[in-house]
Design a protein around this ligand. Structure first.
Ligand SMILES: [Cu+2]
Length: 356
C-alpha cells in the first residue's frame, strides 16, 4: 500500500514534469491560450518521500473555544455539498458583484465593476504574490475579501464555498461544479477561443487580462485532465505532511494549486489574470483550506510560521525575507492587513472555518 502510493507519486510527478516543463522565470504570459501562460516554477522534487503517513487531519480541525467572539463564524463548505438553493445564492451574489460600480479605475482604467476590481488587484501584484512567501497569505486575504464583499455589497448570507478538487482529479470535466444548471457552466468552452457558452457565465467577456494586458476577450475554459491529475490526493497528502511552512507552501503551490489552474486551463491557467474566472475563488478557497489543514496539525507553532521571500524575483536592491509584519494590500477594497492578522482563520477578524 505504502509502496504503491510512493510509486504512484513518482509516476505522477514524472508524467507531469513532462507535460508541464518549468519556465526559467516561473511563468510565461502570452495572449493565446494555446501558447500557455500556464503556471510553472518547480520546487516539487522534495515531496516524493513523504507519502507514507495517513492523514489524521480531520480529528484536529474544528472550533477552538473563545475565538470568533461576538458574531457567528462562517462555515465554508465544498461546492458539491451545497443545496441547489445555496448554489444559486452564491452565483447570484457573484453576478451582483459584476453589476456594482468599479472602485479602482485609478489602478486599472479597464475595470468595469467590482468583480473586475478583484481581478485587477491580483493582476497588478502578480509578480510578488506567487512563488513567494506571500503566496498563501495573499490569497487567503483575497478570498476573505471576496467573501466579505459578496456579503456586504451583495447581501449574500452564506460563506465562501470551495471546490474539493482532489476528488475530481483526473476527471474535472465530470465535476458538478461545471453543471450549466447549478454550477459554473462549460468545462470546455466552444469555438476557437474555447469561450464559456453555457451556465450563468455564458458569453462572459473580460476586460482585464489576459495576463498583464487589458484586451476585451471571452472567459475561456478547456479542461485538461493530465494537468488535473496534479490535484490528486496523493500529492495533497504529500504536501500536508511536510514539516515546515517553507517546505509545505511550495509543494501546495506547485502541485494542487497548479492542478486546479492548469486543469481548468483557459483564463484559469493565466497566472496573472485568472481571477477573471469566477471559479478562481472556489479554487483558491480550497488552497486556503489545504494551508489551514497543514496549520491545524500543530497550531502552536504553525500560526506563526512564515518563510520565503517577499518577491518571486530578486529585486535590484536584493532579496527581502517575508515576515509576519509585512503588510498586504487590496488597494482599499478592504483594509490593508498584516500577514500576522491572516494566520488564524478563527480569529475575531477572519472568523471562518472549513467544513470537511
Ligand atoms: Cu494568484
Amino acid at each position: 500500500m505504502v509502496i504503491s502510493k510512493i510509486l504512484l507519486s513518482f509516476l505522477l510527478l514524472a508524467v507531469l514534469s513532462l507535460a508541464f516543463p518549468m519556465h526559467a522565470d516561473g511563468r510565461e504570459y502570452t495572449h493565446t491560450l494555446a501558447a500557455g501562460s500556464r503556471w510553472g516554477k518547480g520546487r516539487s522534487s522534495n515531496i516524493t518521500n513523504t507519502v507514507n503517513k495517513t492523514s489524521t487531519l480531520a480529528l484536529e480541525l474544528g472550533s477552538r473555544p473563545g475565538k470568533c467572539s461576538g458574531r457567528p463564524k462562517l462555515y465554508r463548505k465544498a461546492w458539491h455539498t451545497l443545496t441547489a438553493t445555496e448554489r444559486k445564492a452564491y452565483i447570484d451574489a457573484e453576478l451582483c458583484m459584476m453589476k456594482l460600480p468599479a472602485r479602482l479605475t485609478s489602478i486599472n482604467p479597464a475595470v468595469r465593476n467590482l468583480f473586475d476590481d478583484m481581478q485587477a488587484v491580483h493582476q497588478i501584484q502578480s509578480d510578488h504574490i506567487h512563488s513567494s512567501g506571500h503566496f498563501l497569505p495573499f490569497h487567503r486575504y483575497h478570498m476573505w475579501a471576496h467573501e466579505t464583499l459578496l456579503r456586504e455589497a451583495c447581501g449574500y448570507t452564506g460563506a465562501q464555498p470551495f471546490w474539493e478538487e482532489q476528488q475530481d482529479a483526473g476527471k474535472f470535466a465530470l465535476s458538478p461544479i461545471f453543471s450549466p444548471e447549478t454550477g459554473f457552466g462549460s468545462a470546455t468552452g466552444t469555438g476557437e477561443d474555447s469561450c464559456v457558452s453555457d451556465g450563468p457565465f455564458a458569453g462572459m467577456m473580460l476586460s482585464v487580462g489576459p495576463g498583464y494586458s487589458n484586451q476585451f476577450h471571452c472567459l475561456s475554459r478547456e479542461v485538461n485532465e493530465t494537468a488535473s491529475l496534479m490535484s490528486a490526493k496523493v500529492n495533497v497528502d504529500a504536501c500536508l505532511q511536510l514539516p515546515t511552512f517553507g517546505k509545505s507552501w511550495p509543494c501546495i503551490e506547485n502541485l494542487p494549486h497548479r492542478g486546479g489552474h492548469n486543469g481548468v486551463m483557459g483564463e484559469m491557467s493565466n497566472a496573472v489574470s485568472s481571477p477573471g474566472d469566477p471559479l478562481f475563488y472556489l479554487h483558491h478557497t480550497y488552497i486556503d483550506k489545504l494551508w489551514w489543514e497543514w496549520q491545524s496539525q500543530d497550531l502552536n507553532s504553525r500560526l506563526t510560521q512564515i518563510a520565503g521571500m517577499t518577491t518571486s524575483r530578486k529585486p535590484a536592491t536584493g532579496w527581502v525575507l517575508a515576515t509576519l509584519n509585512d503588510t498586504l494590500t487590496l488597494h482599499g477594497l478592504v483594509r490593508d492587513l498584516r500577514i500576522s492578522e491572516l494566520m488564524d482563520i478563527q480569529s475575531d477578524l477572519l472568523c471562518y472555518d472549513y467544513v470537511l
